[in-house]
Design a protein around this ligand. Structure first.
Ligand SMILES: [Mn+2]
Length: 358
């Protein structure tokens, strides 16, 4: 039984980490990629996909997982040109399938892709990590967006594009009538339109949970816990409607037992993000090294749950700490993610060898 270890890469000229570097991490087979210049709603054209393939494949990697094909706000709000943008999404699925893509990671979060209050929070060992200070999220979202944009080492993180943030008032206005139940309905509408083309092409849609796993700035977050994940899977009960199980996102809420969720839903997990979180009593959380003891996510229990379930999907070290002075996209340096990949493979290989010697 093998797990397919993967590594996120932002593309030639768009990442401080090279494919040459990634190839030296033992066990990485899949590059998790995207066309980062595309705006939500645009069709990913074959020649653009082909150009990325010509970068990735010569290094011996496959390009099975895309993260993310972002969903247009009209689809999320169920307004305007949603059917046109769903047609574009379907065309993108068809084009990706021609290049062997198996899994599309996406999210269905209103306005913000993810939220933290600090990108370089100092840890005791001198490294830095993402940090979420609960009390600051009650503030003006625009103040926070401006902070995020100032602190990205000149590179844009998905979901926080300056053009998008510039229209923040308008966006909030657009989402005002979208209650949580309406958002669920819009997600269902979108997925039901996609399922036929998923079956035709063999591509699995894999939703990422909402980060953080609770409502923020008055915006509804759908996928936050066991109950909502179950609801999601039952709502469109189809193997092509699957999860990108994000251990770190879910475990930001200490009440979520991620390993238990893995055991319940393993057949519907197409892709997994693994990282560790440390909780504070006041509700703040910090990201941490993936070593089990460094946080409270339960990395070993999660890996064991995946292994015991016969998981043979894709997995990647999620974003990590900044260590050894590396300058990179926040959270997406080479060093800490390489450590994570080796730790996770070490756990997996040990479980595997124990089974083989039993
Ligand atoms: Mn994640």
């Amino acid at each position: 039984m093998s797990v397919k270890m993967s590594f996120r890469w932002f593309g030639e000229g768009n990442d401080t980490v090279s494919l040459r570097d990634i190839r030296q991490i033992p066990g990485i087979e899949t590059i998790v990629w995207a066309l980062h210049h595309k705006m939500p709603g645009e069709v990913w054209e074959k020649d653009e996909i082909c150009a990325v393939r010509d970068q990735i494949v010569p290094f011996g990697f496959n390009m099975d997982v895309v993260e993310s094909v972002n969903v247009h706000d009209d689809i999320k709000t169920g307004s305007g040109s949603r059917d046109l943008y769903i047609d574009h999404y379907i065309q993108t699925i068809r084009n990706l399938a021609e290049f062997g893509v198996r899994v599309i990671c996406y999210n269905f979060m209103p306005v913000f892709d993810w939220t933290r209050t600090e990108l370089y929070h100092p840890l005791e060992d001198g490294s830095t990590a993402f940090f979420y200070e609960k009390s600051r999220i009650l503030d003006d979202p625009k103040k926070m967006a401006a902070y995020i944009l100032r602190n990205q080492n000149g590179m844009t993180l998905p979901g926080w594009e300056p053009e998008r943030i510039a229209g923040l008032d308008e966006l909030f206005e657009k989402y005002r009538p979208v209650t949580k139940e309406k958002l669920w309905g819009n997600l269902q509408y979108f997925l039901e339109k996609l399922m036929p083309v998923c079956h035709e092409t063999g591509i699995r849609m894999a939703i990422h949970q909402d980060d953080p796993p609770w409502d923020i700035f008055g915006l509804p977050h759908l996928l936050t816990d066991e109950a909502s994940v179950s609801r999601f899977l039952q709502m469109v009960d189809d193997p092509c409607n699957s999860l990108t199980l994000c251990a770190g996102t879910l475990s930001a809420n200490p009440e979520n037992d991620v390993a238990d969720m893995v055991r319940r839903h393993s057949d519907r997990i197409a892709f997994a993000h693994i990282r560790n979180v440390r909780h504070y009593a006041n509700g703040d959380f910090s990201e941490a090294s993936v070593r089990d003891q460094c946080g409270e996510t339960g990395i070993l229990r999660i890996m064991k749950a995946l292994y015991d379930s016969g998981y043979d999907g894709y997995i990647r070290p999620d974003h990590g700490r900044q260590i050894w002075g590396e300058q990179s996209r926040p959270g997406y340096g080479l060093y800490d993610r390489a450590l994570s990949a080796m730790y996770l493979l070490g756990v997996w290989d040990t479980l595997e060898s124990e089974r083989n010697t039993d």
